[in-house]
Design a protein around this ligand. Structure first.
Ligand SMILES: Nc1ncnc2c1ncn2[C@@H]1O[C@H](COP(=O)(O)OP(=O)(O)OP(=O)(O)O)[C@@H](O)[C@H]1O
Length: 245
């Protein structure tokens, strides 16, 4: 059973960085001494096992699943249950069972935080999450592009209709700032995060820069100490922890 503060990372559009934000936020909270779970609810498009560099499968005990741990975070993903990177070809009711399974049949232990990496949009899985995990709070991720933020607003409106608290908005890929330069380049436009926060009557929690992944690392999407995103994610974890208290 899930305990602690459940935070769903959602968006309207795909590819805006939900999984990257979910992973780095979970790892930052764990680094700050919190007990953290990360559930990959992007059931068709799961990517968390790869991002966390996990290739072992979870074991079971007394009919319950023991989550796999990496970077101090307990993880569960559809990727652990299927073989050979096969596509998931399930319809609505089975997806709902999986959401229930991940929340109820895993030995999560006492948690401070549970981060849910949601699929893009407002489909079946988002609905099932609202039903099965009603205590969840939401963070909406958008890019600075105004169109992306208008699409993201639908995910926010769905959260409001389900009576979930919206913790705030994260604007990802906000700008690019070359190392040792004060110049910021707004490659994807400006203002999407502020516009979305205003429309949903919430705050912008972070504006995260574009930073290239460290391809030589085993976990290129987890930003290490020598990156600017490491600092941004550490700050974000603190902001969320303060906000939730
Ligand atoms: N701040 C950033 N700087 C540079 N690259 C980034 C940043 N955030 C995300 N990316 C890259 O953008 C791509 C999409 O990110 P990610 O997979 O996290 O998005 P998503 O919203 O989860 O996608 P999907 O909708 O497919 O689930 C990835 O290649 C990721 O490494």
């Amino acid at each position: 059973m899930l305990s602690g503060n459940v935070i769903a990372i959602t968006s309207g559009k795909g590819g805006v960085g939900k999984s990257t934000v979910s992973t780095n936020l979970a790892v930052s909270l764990a680094r700050q001494g919190k007990s953290v779970a990360l559930i990959d609810l992007d059931i068709y498009g799961f990517s968390i096992p790869k991002m966390m560099n996990v290739d072992s499968r979870p074991k079971t005990f007394n009919g319950k699943i023991i989550p796999v741990e990496s970077h101090g975070v307990k993880i569960m993903s559809m990727g652990f249950l299927i073989k050979n990177n096969d596509p998931v070809v399930w319809r609505g009711p089975m997806l709902g069972k999986m959401v229930e399974h991940f929340s109820k049949d895993v030995m999560w232990g006492e948690l401070d935080y549970c981060i849910l990496d949601m699929p893009p949009g407002t489909g079946d899985i988002a609905l099932d999450m609202h039903l099965n995990i009603p205590q969840s709070k939401e963070i909406i991720v958008t890019t600075p592009h105004q169109t992306a933020s208008i699409v993201a607003e639908r995910a926010g409106t769905m959260a409001q209709k389900a009576e979930h608290d919206i913790l705030g908005v994260i604007e990802n890929m906000s700008y690019f700032q070359p190392k040792e330069s004060n110049e910021k380049y707004f490659l994807f436009g400006k203002g999407g995060g502020d516009l979305l926060a205003e429309r949903l009557d919430t705050d912008v929690l972070a504006k995260l820069p574009i930073e290239e992944p460290i391809e030589t690392s085993e976990t290129p999407s987890i930003y290490g100490e020598d990156t600017s995103l490491f600092q941004h994610y550490s700050q974000l974890a603190e902001v969320i922890d303060q906000k939730i208290k």
